[in-house]
Design a protein around this ligand. Sequence first.
Ligand code: CS2
Ligand code: MG
Length: 402
Amino acid sequence: MKIVAAKVIVTSPGRNFVTLKITTDKGIYGVGDGTLNGREKAVVSYLEDYLIPALIGRDPHQIEDIWQFFYRGAYWRRGPVGMTALAAVDTALWDIKAKAANMPLYQLLGGRSRERIMTYTHANGRDLESTLEAVAKAKAKGYKAIRVQCGIPGIEKTYGVAKDNKNYEPADSDLPSVETWSTEKYLNFIPELFAEVRKAFGPDLHLLHDVHHRLTPIEAARLGKELEPYHLFWMEDAVAAENQDAFKLIRQHTTTPLAVGEVFNSIHDCRELIQNQLIDYIRSTIVHAGGITHLRRIADFAALFNVRTGCHGATDLSPICMGAALHFDYWVPNFGIQEHMAHSEQMDEVFPHAYRFDDGYFTPGEAPGHGVDIDEKLAAQYPYKRACLPVNRLEDGTLWHW
Ligand code: CS2
Ligand code: MG
């Protein structure tokens, strides 16, 4: 089998998505997600100017060799743009291989390790009351695990809170919008938020919270400790994780489980965190961590240290990534949980898929490949429009973590 063509499809059904489509001489094609929120065009160029020309004529079955060729052959290894482009290639190749074998991707990975895949969704509100309503709505839809984010009294606009009941979409302007942040106001409010959520929903509902990189280690230690009575499933991205050592200090002070990794793009970003058991869940995803080929390596390494997977699954990862992730989740022995921030109907029409949600769990479907496609005609109706993620400034104007 030979790769005879490959192209990038950029579409924006409510938000920008980058898709790579690889076609073979046998007529089988595969698709991969290459979306990097706020930096989409960089990945498009990396694919069109460098990876696609080197793909034509290759045997698509040689997934590993192609992965090594594009990883080691880049010289400038790692980084979100290159590893997202590589992920798009890798995912499309696994899609082709599974279709050629006429089996769902999870079978090719080793078969399923569970009956169904637990997922969590987002509940958010501008204040405590609307947040409690959002949690109740998510629970009524059957979710067993819910991420809770709330507006902070005294802060005008904060991460994770949707504008007027729409789906939360952070990439909200042509150039970065500016949000204001106060760690003090945040730290003084969040324990009260979870006390109220636990009071309203009892002890069994899995509750998650995303700090979104904003605390210092000692502040994260304080928050983790103060949240212990509410038994969170995890506290995510407590601090910016370039300094993996920072988690040693957090770990000393709290038993609240820690999750990190959605911004990681290789095993080297999380090796110390995993081998020193400084975290409980690794959030790296297929689309940003070099595809299935590399994420399997991260998951297998994590399994040696009791760390479980918790793949990122925000709306800015396309349904292709969601579909591939669910096959991965079906197989991976040390599965933790899968994030599911629902795509809109418009997005789902552009990306028809086989995966199904039922009562808080997903199954990936039995279609050959990863079970997700792209409707090119429909995709062409939604032209790209630059959209950047916000930046965050402290109340004194200091540029902070968003
Ligand atoms: C968030 C993401 O889902 C999450 O855990 O951290 O929604 C993140 O803000 C976006 O993916 C950024 O593009
Ligand atoms: Mg997150």
